[in-house]
Design a protein around this ligand. Sequence first.
Ligand code: NAD
Ligand code: UGA
Length: 476
Amino acid sequence: NNKQISNICCIGAGYVGGPTMAMIAQKCPHIKVTVVDLNEQRIADWNDADLDKLPIYEPGLADVVAEARNRNLFFSTEVDQAIADAQMIFISVNTPTKTYGVGKGMAADLKYIELCARQIARVAKDDKIIVEKSTLPVRTAEALSTILNSTGNGVEFDILSSPEFLAEGTAINDLQVPDRVLIGGKDTERGKAAMQALVDVYANWVPLENILTTRVWSSELSKLTANAFLAQRVSSINAISALCEKTGADVDEISRAIGADSRIGSKFLKASVGFGGSCFQKDILNLVYLCQHFNLPEVAAYWEQVIKMNDYQKHRFAKNIIDKLFNTVSGKKIAFLGWAFKKDTNDTRESAAIYVADELLQDRAEIHIYDPKVTKEQIIKDICHCEEERRGNLPESETTKELLKRVTIHSTPYAAMENAHAIAILTEWDEFKTYDWQKVYSEMLKPAFVFDGRNIADKEELTTVGFDVYNIGKGK
Ligand code: NAD
Ligand code: UGA
């Protein structure tokens, strides 16, 4: 006698809420799915008849939205109504690093989560299953339960943790054929029934053996652990890349050699200019904070090193450009290929490109940026934000304005690279491999440098054309 879910609401129409709910709606035509957000523009964009205007660029997403939207998938700003109507409510709001007070710069800021809980508690008139979709510190479900069950109006809430493991750029595939779906709940009759209700939703397209159920705390902590392990692999291979550059070993050959060991596995061993994205750094900082909170300083220091190594890698890349350009980039034109934190997304949060640009701008470079999907407004916003953070949040608009005079954003790659002293590849977009390098070379200043922060360019071809090519983790 399981509760059959026919009405789902998701609070937060971002990179997770939007695609995840679109997939549930597509696979479960019998369930009405309403995604709500406070951000009116975002909701308007999700509802735009022109699918190119969806707020997120993600391969395959537009087709899924086109199929389900206004059939059983709805995007709305009517948060109260959607909460009242739903049997199951996903909370998929942002959980950024705290920028103030206790835990500043480390702990997750749970104010948006708490607001959702208070709103649900106020609005709900019947029992509901609440699903934590956002990434949260372990034991958040306890805080949610305290808030939700404090009204005394007899309405009962079952709280589940079901963290999302999709990666941007491959979100649709990750949602369609997930390695696993994780659902954590209480080991009580009610808890088990709530878990089963969510299992039944996913079972519409995910094989049962790929749906794992655990206790709530394990589920919450598995998400932080998964991201910490993934980021740790990138930092580990990046650490080796520095040693490769000193010794003449080739990091890509090492990745292949160690990845062939089935115990290590071949994925997530690509050396790079450093990992970015909205989550790795935030989630590890959160993990470090938790370890400190529970008085485990050795464990905290262990994971913190993953972030330190990543900062080092970004800095090393920028410094190498300055070093090789005869110790200054002042007044020199540096072309940036890519601004997104990885290919196939328009997301720039924590992108390594932002930090590399900042260091070069401090050395007075002229930066010319081309990215196939990131808007000009976003790039300007990222640069201004980084500059203001560096100044300790003291906006010095004059300095920022001066700095922006040295930034140009291009809509074609060739214009960005024309007359450049150097090209820096920051994102691994496939189209970067297809350029006419002979033409690029003939239009650049000589010596023409390429700094390949993703090891995607054909080094042999470029060297033959005449470029001076520097890679990550490859000795000269
Ligand atoms: P996002 O910033 O893209 O989206 C969050 C949305 O929530 C925003 O549109 C915001 O307006 C809305 N929101 C905030 N408070 C609200 C409220 N009280 N009521 C209604 N709407 C509200 O964030 P995201 O990238 O989708 O991430 C969401 C969560 O999922 C985070 O905890 C993140 O760590 C986690 N996560 C993200 C990814 C990813 O690839 N981006 C993957 C897995 C997990
Ligand atoms: C990551 C995880 O892969 C998802 O499982 C998780 O759900 C998500 O974080 C999250 O919690 O937000 P995402 O950040 O979207 O997904 O993208 P990744 O593919 O993990 O890449 C992260 C960064 O690491 C990118 O900058 C990427 O270029 C870099 N990376 C990745 C490398 O430098 N080398 C690699 O081998 C892999």
